[in-house]
Design a protein. Structure first.
Length: 285
C-alpha cells in the first residue's frame, strides 16, 4: 500500500476555516450537508435555514449522496448512480469544474460521506475542518434562510468509480486489514439497535469512528491518527460501518495520511441482511 507525503495528502482533502475565504474567492463552492441518522427527517435542512455559511446550499445526504434502497443486501445507504448524483448537483447549481467544499457538524459523518461520493464521482471535493462550529468559533459570518434557486438547471455529468469499493462477494475472500468503525458495543455484538443481527464481519478489527475527531471537532494530526488506526501500512485496508456513511470518515482520515482505503458500501446492514453470512461476536481487535 503506497503512502504519500502526509502534508500534501492532508491539504488535498481538508481545508481550514482560515483558508476557506481565499478558496471561495477563487471559485470554490459550498455545500451544507448537516445530517444525522438518529434525527427526524428534515432536521439538517432546518438547521441550515437557521444559519449557514454565506453562499452555501443545502445538499440532502439521503437524496444527493444516497441511492434508492432496492435490495436489502445493499444496506441502508446504497451508493447513488451517476444520474442521481448529476441531477442532485445540477439542482444545486454546482459547476463540476470548480472545487466543492462540504461541511457538517462534527459527529454526523455526513461531510465525509459527501466528500467520498463526490471524489468517487470524479469531482474535486474538500471537507471543512471542524465544520459549522469551527466557522462560528472563528468569527465567521452566518446567513439564514434559503438561497434563490440557480438561474439555470443543468445536470452535472459524472463518472463513478474513481475511488475503490469492494463487493460482498469480494470481501468474503479479502486478506488485508478490515476495519469496523462502529461503536465497540455494536462491534462486539452486545447491542444492535438498527440492523438485522448483532456482531461483526469475520476478521474485522474495531476502530470506532467517534475517535476520529479531536476535542474541537477537527481531524487529528498524523501522529494521533496513526495511534488510533494501529494498522500495518503494507496491507490493503477496507473500512465499513452500519451502512457506508460513518466509514467514509475513516477512509477520509486515511486519505489525509496519503493512504487509499477501500469502502465496503453495504456495511453491516447489508452483510447481516443475509442470514447465511457468518458473523463474529466479541473483541477480535
Amino acid at each position: 500500500m503506497h503512502r504519500v507525503s502526509s502534508n500534501s495528502a492532508r491539504n488535498d482533502v481538508l481545508i481550514g476555516v482560515n483558508d476557506l475565504p481565499a478558496a471561495l474567492n477563487a471559485g470554490a463552492q459550498l455545500l451544507d450537508v448537516r445530517w444525522e441518522l438518529t434525527e427526524p427527517p428534515g432536521t439538517g435542512h432546518r438547521q441550515y435555514l437557521a444559519g449557514h455559511l454565506p453562499g452555501a446550499r443545502f445538499a440532502d445526504l439521503e437524496y444527493v449522496f444516497t441511492g434508492l434502497r432496492l435490495d436489502r443486501n445493499d444496506g441502508r445507504h446504497p451508493l447513488p448512480d451517476a444520474e442521481r448524483i448529476g441531477m442532485g448537483l445540477g439542482a444545486l447549481g454546482i459547476d463540476p469544474d470548480l472545487p466543492i467544499v462540504v461541511y457538517d457538524r462534527p459527529g454526523s459523518f455526513a461531510a465525509a460521506r459527501a466528500w467520498w461520493v463526490l471524489r468517487w464521482a470524479g469531482l474535486n471535493a474538500l471537507v471543512l475542518d471542524g465544520g459549522f462550529p469551527a466557522w462560528q468559533a472563528n468569527g465567521g459570518t452566518v446567513e439564514t434562510g434559503e438561497l434563490p434557486p440557480p438561474a439555470q438547471f443543468t445536470t452535472v455529468t459524472v463518472t463513478t468509480g474513481n475511488l475503490p469499493t469492494i463487493t460482498t462477494e469480494e470481501l468474503a475472500s479479502f486478506e488485508g486489514t478490515l476495519l469496523d468503525v462502529r461503536t465497540p458495543e455494536r462491534y462486539r455484538g452486545e447491542n444492535e439497535p438498527i440492523d438485522p443481527r448483532a456482531g461483526h464481519i469475520p476478521g474485522a478489527v474495531n476502530r470506532p469512528v467517534p475517535e476520529f475527531w479531536d476535542g474541537s471537532g477537527r481531524l487529528p494530526d498524523q501522529k494521533k491518527l496513526d495511534e488510533l488506526l494501529r494498522i500495518p501500512m503494507d496491507r490493503e485496508v477496507v473500512a465499513y460501518c452500519g451502512s457506508g456513511v460513518s466509514a467514509a470518515q475513516v477512509v477520509f482520515a486515511l486519505a489525509s495520511l496519503g493512504v487509499e482505503a477501500t469502502l465496503y458500501p453495504p456495511g453491516w446492514s447489508g452483510w447481516s441482511a443475509d442470514p447465511s453470512r457468518l458473523a463474529e461476536v466479541g473483541d477480535q481487535s
